[in-house]
Structure formats: structure tokens, C-alpha cells
Design a binder for this molecule. Structure first.
Ligand SMILES: Nc1nc2c(ncn2[C@@H]2O[C@H](COP(=O)(O)OP(=O)(O)OP(=O)(O)O)[C@@H](O)[C@H]2O)c(=O)[nH]1
Ligand SMILES: [Mg+2]
Ligand SMILES: [Zn+2]
Length: 308
């Protein structure tokens, strides 16, 4: 049977909606164990994946293989203890945060940036219309000083949405962030036909209610965005603990002067990162983020590989 190339738009309960190169949208299951045997993962396919399919009818087909990914955005699924791919083959990851409701959380952003690995991250600070406290303003300056692009805006400001739309042009992007920050509202403002359901914030907990419950590929004439379900926490995938510093640009930069290489920047003599934290060139908050991720990675790997 002839094979066609398609892109995965969404997946729910092992049924994938894909679009072929000819623009036909089909529902597919995965053929046999082709994809599940080769790797241990929470989900074998994610939006953005390129796949080979067999078309069985006008509306149905079967996925027979997944093409190699250029990159992927992966979080660790704590419940299943497996890597969970949120999106694949993407140009930009937009870490959507809000000034309040829910409150801006820098530690969350730091983890997203580690999960993003080498996918470029832009930070959106949404709900600017609600005002922004001093602490959040300082964080915005901090992320900018490190080199991140930070975009304060409101979903309800048409000019800002137009500018965002300009920046999205020609890209395959992912919107990711805590529940309730306004990812789906932003997407509806950018692409009215998207018609994504949006939710209220629970006053009691200052949290969103997980309105979006599966990742979905949404398209305009000039760009595509993957809307994703909000999460409360994000855990980074298992990686070499020495690699973590490379996802903190200012720590990475200072580390070139460390006496030892590799250096974990925890207690090694002559560690230039510790010196930079001491004299304030690296903020304690960012170092603390790094340290927490690095120490827990050492523990998690011990448990995973040696069962201790
Ligand atoms: N004031 C204000 N409210 C906003 C803004 N953007 C979104 N909201 C509100 O925030 C609430 C949550 O918005 P959603 O778009 O559902 O949030 P989400 O990030 O998609 O949430 P999940 O799907 O649960 O991850 C809704 O009540 C929106 O109207 C904004 O810029 N300003
Ligand atoms: Mg949503
Ligand atoms: Zn060091």
C-alpha cells in the first residue's frame, strides 16, 4: 500500500488526527507496536511530528512510522515516570506567564527553559492590563539581562496581538505555561477561527482549571501554534547533570572560568559560578533554580539506574 507523509495535529487516547501533504485530515491509529517497542515514552507521537501513513479510507488511516525529529519539547511525566513529548519539530517555544491570576513564577520559567533544550524560548507576560508588581518587573529585567526576549502584553490589546502575530509569521510555535495564564485566550485573539475553549480562574487557589486538556495544532494563513494543556508543575527530563548548566546562559558563561571541567558548581574549589553568585553577577534565585534541578537530577538518576 502506498505510503503518504503527514503531520500530527493532535492525539487523544492513541487516536491521532493527522494532515497529509495533500491537505486531507485523517484519523489514525498506530500500526502494531512499531512505535512503542523502540522507546520507552509516555506518548509515541506529539503534535508537529512528521509520520508515514497508509490511507485506508477517505477519513481513516494507520501510522506506520515516525520520521526523525529535528527537535522536541519534552517534560518528565512524574506519574508514569516517563518522558512526555509535548510538541515536535518546532521553531519557537513561547513560555506564557501572567502578572497575576496566576502569579508570575520564575522557577517555573527556569524549568521550562531547561526542558526546551535548544528550542528558542520567548517569555510572554500576559494580563498586563491587571498591573504588574515590582518583583515581577525585576524578574522581567533579569530575564532580559540574561538574553531572553520578554514580551509583556494583554490578550485584550489589539495592537499588541497584531505585533505578536507579526512575530509568529512563518513559524511553528508552541504556547506552554501554567493553567489559566491565558494561552487559549491569546490564540483565539490571534486566530479567531481557533475557537479554543477558555476558562475561569479559581479565586480560592489563584489557579486555572485546566481548561485545555490536549495539545492541539492550530493554523492561521501564515503561522501555526500548538495550544497545550496548562500544568501546575514541570519536571525536567532525565539528562546528564552536567548538561543542566548549559540551559542557564549566565551560568554557562561563567563556567568557562571554573578551575575544574566539568564542574557541577556546587562546592568545587575555584568554581567561577559560585564566585559570580557571591559577588552578585549571577542572582541567587537563578542559582537556586539551577541547584535544585541539578541536585534532584543526581538523585533521580541514582534511583533510575541503581534503584537507590
Ligand atoms: N485580565 C486578563 N485576563 C485574561 C487575559 N488573557 C486571558 N485572560 C483570562 O484568563 C482566564 C484563563 O484563560 P485561558 O485562555 O483559558 O487560560 P489557559 O492558559 O489556556 O488555561 P489552560 O487551558 O487551563 O492551560 C480566562 O478567564 C481569560 O479571560 C488578559 O490578558 N488579561
Ligand atoms: Mg487553554
Ligand atoms: Zn563551577
Amino acid at each position: 500500500m502506498k505510503l503518504l507523509t503527514a503531520i500530527v495535529l493532535q492525539g487523544i487516547n492513541n487516536i491521532y488526527r493527522v494532515r497529509t501533504d495533500d491537505g486531507e485530515v485523517l484519523q489514525c491509529r498506530i500500526k502494531g507496536k512499531t512505535l512503542t517497542e523502540t522507546e520507552r515514552a509516555y506518548n509515541p507521537l506529539a503534535p508537529g511530528d512528521a509520520v508515514m501513513i497508509q490511507q485506508h479510507s477517505r477519513t481513516e488511516g494507520m501510522v506506520v512510522s515516525r520520521n526523525e525529529r529535528t527537535n522536541s519539547f519534552v517534560r518528565w511525566n512524574m506519574k508514569k515516570d516517563l518522558p512526555q513529548t509535548i510538541a515536535a519539530n518546532i521553531d519557537m517555544l513561547w513560555c506564557v506567564t501572567s502578572t497575576q491570576l496566576p502569579k508570575f513564577r520564575a522557577k517555573f520559567i527556569d524549568r521550562v527553559c531547561v526542558c526546551a533544550q535548544h528550542v528558542p524560548v520567548t517569555i510572554i507576560v500576559n494580563k498586563w492590563d491587571l498591573g504588574c508588581d515590582e518583583e515581577t518587573r525585576e524578574y522581567i529585567e533579569l530575564y532580559r539581562s540574561i538574553g531572553y526576549d520578554v514580551l509583556p502584553l494583554s490578550s485584550f490589546d489589539q495592537a499588541q496581538i497584531r505585533d505578536l502575530g507579526e512575530r509568529l509569521k512563518g513559524t511553528r510555535s508552541v504556547f506552554f505555561g501554567q493553567s489559566g495564564v491565558g494561552k487559549s485566550t491569546l490564540i483565539n485573539a490571534l486566530i479567531p477561527e481557533a475557537n479554543q475553549k477558555t476558562g475561569e480562574i479559581s479565586d480560592k487557589y489563584d489557579r486555572g482549571r485546566h481548561t485545555t486538556n490536549f495539545a492541539k495544532w492550530i493554523e492561521s494563513d501564515t503561522f501555526s501554534i500548538i495550544d497545550t494543556p496548562g500544568v501546575r508543575e514541570i519536571e525536567v527530563p532525565i539528562m546528564d547533570p552536567y548538561e543542566i548548566a548549559s540551559h542557564f546562559p549566565e551560568i554557562e558563561q561563567a563556567s568557562h572560568q571554573c578551575r575544574f571541567s566539568p564542574c557541577m558548581h556546587i562546592e568545587e574549589p575555584g568554581c567561577a559560578v559560585l564566585e559570580a553568585v557571591e559577588d552578585g553577577r549571577i542572582t541567587y534565585e537563578r542559582y537556586e533554580s539551577y541547584l535544585k534541578i541539578a541536585l534532584s537530577m543526581i538523585e533521580r538518576r541514582k534511583k533510575l539506574y541503581y534503584g537507590v
